[in-house]
Write a protein that binds this ligand. Structure first.
Ligand SMILES: [Zn+2]
Length: 208
């Protein structure tokens, strides 16, 4: 159920003449912050600040502690220190990049700088007249310069610094457990502010 405060705000806004879809969205960050302030569950509220307001708060330690409470996690053998903590960081980063389906590689900037390795690989074609050079800014190769792309298992394995095969087995299903916890926070958040309002905020973020 949306909180009373959130309802008051959304109801007030639904009578606003410029509130129909297609017109300028009048919702401000202050409005959103105010609504999030009414959420009782601190994890869901902070997740909302991170997810909907893109506030720079680190939720990874909190997520990590909650994951540790699952009995099966005791049997997860970490290939290195802080690996499970990094799994939490990955989940949080992935959730945020979903908001705008922002490209993981260029972070939505649409461009990328060529590294030495790129240049070596790309200049191999002898027919190419104009050679690429290191540091050159080109359209992002992963999203073809659109700035938008989903996260792949390859991106996830890369982030964790493990081979793709190790990600698929055993870490992918375990990552699902971590994501499940984030989704729990998300579910409480959506229930508190209402799915309609959340969609509206995400739409606003996607346009930004
Ligand atoms: Zn990109």
């Amino acid at each position: 159920m949306p909180s009373e405060e959130a309802l008051k705000i959304t109801t007030a806004r639904s009578h606003h003449p410029s509130d129909d879809p297609g017109s300028d969205n009048p919702l401000t960050s202050e409005d959103i912050g105010h609504i999030l302030g009414t959420i009782q569950n601190p994890n869901a509220a902070d997740f909302g600040r991170y997810y909907l307001l893109e506030e720079n708060i680190d939720l990874s330690e909190r997520l990590y502690k909650q994951i540790q409470a699952f009995p099966k996690v005791k049997n997860w053998y970490e290939p290195r220190d802080d690996f499970i903590l990094d799994l939490c960081r990955l989940a949080l980063r992935e959730v945020l990049s979903e908001v705008k389906s922002r490209c993981w590689t260029c972070k939505g900037s649409k461009g990328m700088r060529l590294t030495k390795a790129h240049v070596q690989a790309m200049n191999q074609d002898p027919r190419r007249v104009q050679k690429f050079r290191e540091g050159q800014l080109i359209d992002c190769l992963k999203c073809a310069g659109t700035g938008r792309r989903g996260v792949s298992d390859h991106d996830r394995a890369d982030f964790l610094g493990i081979p793709m095969q190790s990600f698929k087995d055993p870490w992918k299903p375990r990552y699902g457990v971590v994501m499940g916890k984030v989704n729990d926070w998300h579910t409480v958040l959506t229930a508190a502010i209402g799915p309609g309002l959340e969609r509206k905020i995400l739409q606003k973020l996607g346009e930004a």
